[in-house]
Design a binder for this molecule. Sequence first.
Ligand code: ASP
Length: 340
Amino acid sequence: MIKKVMLGMILPLTVATSSFALPNLSIYATGGTIAGSSSSNTDTSKYSVATLNVDKLINGVPELQNIANVKGYQISSVDSNDVSTQIKLKLANQINQDLAGDTEGVVITHGTDTLEETAYFLSLTTFSNKPIVLVGAMRPSTALSADGYMNLLQAASVATHPQSKNRGVMTVMNDRIGSGYYITKMQANTPDAFRSEESGYYGQMVGLDPHFYYTPQMPMNMSKFDVSKVTELPKVEIIYGYQDTSPAQLDAAIAAGARGVVIAGTGAGSLSKPLLERVKQLTAKGFPVVRSTRVPSGYVDVSADEGIGSGFLNPQKSRILLSLAIGSGYSMENIRQRFK
Ligand code: ASP
């Protein structure tokens, strides 16, 4: 049975009948393909995203009631390309509040295109040792062999499992448990879209049982930001590097109001001579330019007069860290250390 309730600041849409023996789980829905549908059951590319609300998602997986007392919250109904700073702030603050109470774990349903950005943002802005699990789908809910419902059930299972604590933000997709900090979308179409190239997965699902490869572990030297009073973050743009890049994109980003810029450079963050010259001028003036790489993995380190190396962070995760760091008023040197 589903009933509607109101709870403090957070307004759950659905609450399944409570059982004291089961852990409390919150499901935060944001949209994406996992909530998508189509008139054709073979359509995996031209469907509509974010058409199912959280009630429908939860009702689509009755097995959830066997593993948790589930509350559903509709945070947004968007394609993940439209997940704004405000949506991410709302998620972080509601999750922090929720997990400080008797909720044992949180699942966030999310579009896969930018899932890694929200996962990384939440890694830096949430403070609980309880599990926070992001989940999406590569096929809409109406597809033959749709992956979303099983992904959701497995994510709920991970989020309520005692061995899932103290592992930071996680992702569950395609039977794999990943680190929200390190995971990246590596394939545009297939259900095995997510990988952590260098760090590997945390574990694997066998049916509904999470099998972790290691004891609880967290990413090294993770920065943390308290966003409980934050309503806006500084604009940071990403530009792309290629042969003979001119500084035009960089100049345009600054003219459009960017307070920092990330460059998806080539190799270990390399730039063309004209672009490097502009980066040096900006660095001398104290304007933060982070140099990441368009290569799927690797470390970027640059000299202090030539910008800020992104370390292991890809451009899209660098954008999030840079924005939080600028918003916190950090000096260039402090920002450099965060990336290092
Ligand atoms: N464009 C969709 C989104 O990110 C793709 C997906 O969810 O897989 O919202």
